[in-house]
Design a protein around this ligand. Structure first.
Ligand code: UDP
Length: 242
């Protein structure tokens, strides 16, 4: 089932059901796009029709973060749980380890995707790394990178270029790459490689993960200022019906 939030359609699935859907995508013979939708993207999409269309044309849209889960509940269309990019990526690598999938990692600073791939190979021995490439390339190189991904024949492509560039890039080069399933995963490679630490679980439980990330990286302030604006929009639209 899909629920509607501020014009975007989100799949009301838990992690296990989400993984099952991706398995179906991988076994099918056409390319699929998965978007892990966070409040920043959805807020931007309110004034960017292209971003909203990109989300609504994806094959699967997951509620990325407590902000989206809260908003869905407030709107009266609850979703079972949050399905973040990094959690989904790790669950899929575990699944891929059993199925012998090949995965390609595109994005992050030079060296990071390779380090993340090494960690994944140690943690999920059955997983094959089809290839890696950093995310600091010129637009003119995109065609060549898409061709390289196509030739390496991965089952799954993880793209960490930051949003919304990763979603736009996947949509644009999907026909050339022909990967059964591509997913934008934001800063996941930085965390998997060990270069950055994930917010501790207690901050996630107490719903203050944003505060922890802000304390660690004050440069995120501008991005995070979107969160109260997003909350205000949800309250006005769904509680105050303005
Ligand atoms: N990034 C990239 N190319 C760029 C800009 C960003 O590969 O031109 C990477 C960056 O190194 C990081 C990821 O994109 O690994 C975005 O991380 P961020 O923390 O912004 O994502 P979030 O998970 O918060 O959406």
């Amino acid at each position: 089932m899909r629920v509607e939030l501020l014009g975007a359609y989100i799949d009301a699935l838990n992690m296990q059901e989400t993984v099952k859907r991706v398995v179906e995508f991988v076994h099918s013979d056409r390319p699929h796009r998965v978007i892990t939708l966070n409040p920043e993207y959805l807020y931007q999409a309110q004034t960017r029709r292209d971003l909203l269309d990109l989300a609504n044309s994806a094959d699967l849209v997951t509620p990325d973060g407590t902000g989206i889960v809260w908003a869905c509940k407030t709107a009266g269309f609850p979703v079972p749980e949050r399905v973040t990019g990094i959690d989904l990526m790790l669950h899929l690598c575990e699944q891929g380890s059993h199925e012998g999938w090949r995965v390609f990692l595109l994005g992050a600073a030079p060296g990071v995707a390779e380090e993340a791939a090494e960690k994944l190979k140690q943690q999920y021995p059955g997983l094959e790394i089809a290839g890696t490439h950093d995310g600091y390339f010129k637009d003119a190189e995109s065609e060549q990178i898409a061709g390289m991904i196509n030739e390496s024949k991965p089952h799954l492509l993880f793209v960490a270029l930051g949003m919304p560039r990763q979603e736009q890039w996947i949509a644009k080069y999907q026909p050339k790459m022909g990967v059964p399933c591509a997913i934008g995963v934001g800063g996941s490679f930085d965390v998997i490689s060990g270069r950055k630490q994930r917010a501790p679980e207690w901050t996630q439980k107490m719903k203050v993960e944003w505060l922890y990330r802000l304390a660690k990286e004050p440069s995120r302030l501008k991005r995070q200022l979107v969160l109260p604006k997003f909350a205000t929009l949800v309250i006005r639209r769904y509680l105050l019906k303005i």
